[in-house]
Design a protein around this ligand. Structure first.
Ligand SMILES: *Cc1c(COP(=O)(O)O)cnc(C)c1O
Length: 404
């Protein structure tokens, strides 16, 4: 590894992580983003805000989540000792509520009465609808029309929670278009409305703020591993869509030079144009939806089609802090294909009695490859970012096709 460049002081005041990040937005949003940044900084150092956040994380969301030694899987792979950080046990079934809760508290502070969000698979939409209901705020979620079909159950969940789900018919009718629509709404209604963005993406302050709300994952894991093992782990592994669960786990360990970190992107059908979402494999530097980062685009700068079996990893751009961490060499990025993720999905269910999200299964697929090559006195922590109940139907299609 190159010298461990520490980056815990980033971003700078304009949201730059080295040459990545920043804020590329229409003029109408500049003031709102400035207000949001100022309010966030004030909240961050306000003990009352932090106490309410902590209390709700505990009592409403179910923190802290266990750090679970996966004994049978460790034995089966025959190498490093594997711990699972159980974000799948949180309320609504994934890490996403850490951020949704933090942002809704901020919206309240800002006096905003209306919440909007984008969603791909529907997980962030459900987390947002949940916290909006908890605080009695109006909630509108933008979702691509194709995603609404694919993830019908989450549409029903959001509506039960009192949110309005607006289908987006533009372009590929998936996440990227939903983000565009949410940004358009925000420009129009910025006085009354807070936009709860769902990953460590978008213009400053979102990548920083979303990261900070998820840091609790790594802060807990660090404390827990010291209790279990009286030492830090050798390796951290997490899947990377926008990168929020990964940065949440990694960030509190960045200055521990001996802790290696790997982010795992979606390799889809393999690294060919339009068939994956691994931005560090054949991507390029560009600007998408407010931030400068690695993304998948063609020669003319047109955003390419992406594919992943897991909707949560199926996005053309990666969070700017990951672009920075890759560039500096502090974090390594690899990918897992659909098939490898499905294998790991099945294996964890069979050996540990835990059905993981397909997103998280990409991280597990990497562990499946690397753990046997490590020694038995080494330790891996893998972020189990969500549970797989939402994916059972999708997985069964593939698994049945396999059997046929
Ligand atoms: C949304 C989601 C992801 C991907 O988002 P990140 O911002 O990269 O964490 C990963 N896992 C689960 C379970 C998700 O719902």
């Amino acid at each position: 590894m190159t010298t461990a460049k520490t980056s815990t002081a980033l971003p700078d005041k304009n949201g730059h992580f080295g040459s990545f990040g920043g804020s590329f937005v229409p003029e109408t949003l500049v003031t709102a983003l400035g207000e949001l940044t100022a309010e966030y900084e004030a909240a961050k150092s306000d003990p009352e805000f932090q106490a309410e956040l902590d209390r709700l994380l505990r009592e409403f969301c179910g923190r802290e989540t266990p750090l679970y030694p996966a004994e049978r899987w460790t034995e089966k792979l025959g190498g490093a000792k594997i711990y699972l950080k159980r974000e799948d046990l949180l309320h609504t079934g994934a890490h996403k509520i850490n951020n949704a809760l933090g942002q809704v508290l901020l919206a309240k502070r800002l006096g905003k009465k209306r919440i909007i969000a984008e969603t791909g698979a529907g997980q962030h939409g459900v987390a947002t609808a949940t916290v909006a209901a908890r605080f009695g705020l109006e909630c509108v979620v933008y979702m691509g029309a194709i995603d609404m079909e694919r993830q019908h159950l989450n549409v029903v969940r959001m509506r039960l929670l009192g949110a309005e789900v607006r289908g987006v018919e533009a372009g590929q009718k998936t996440l990227k278009e939903a983000v565009n629509e949410a940004l358009r709404d925000w420009v129009t209604n910025v006085r009354t409305t807070h936009y709860i963005l769902g990953s460590a993406l978008g213009p400053h302050p979102y990548p920083m703020m979303v990261r900070d709300f998820h840091r609790v994952i790594g802060v807990e894991a660090r404390k827990q591993i010291l209790v279990h093992e009286e030492r830090l782990p050798d390796l951290l592994v997490a899947c990377v869509g926008g990168g929020s669960n990964a940065i949440g786990l990694f960030h509190p360990f960045l200055e521990d030079a001996d802790v290696k970190m790997v982010g795992v992107e979606a390799g889809g059908h393999g690294i060919r144009h339009g068939e994956h979402a691994a931005r560090f494999q054949g991507g390029k530097l560009g600007v998408l939806q407010g931030t400068k980062t690695w993304l998948l685009a063609d020669e003319d700068g047109q955003i390419e089609l992406t594919h992943s079996i897991s909707a949560g990893l199926d996005y053309a751009a990666v969070g700017p802090e990951h672009a920075f961490l890759q560039d500096s060499g502090r974090v390594e990025y690899d990918f897992a294909t659909d098939e490898e993720a499905l294998d790991a999905f099945k294996e964890l269910a069979h050996t540990e009695g835990i059905i993981p999200a397909l997103e998280s299964s990409h991280a597990l697929a990497y562990v499946k490859k690397i753990a046997p090559k490590m020694s038995q006195d080494q330790i891996i922590i893998v972020n189990l970012s969500g549970r797989g109940d939402k994916d059972v139907e999708q997985a069964s299609k593939y698994l049945l096709a396999e059997e046929a």
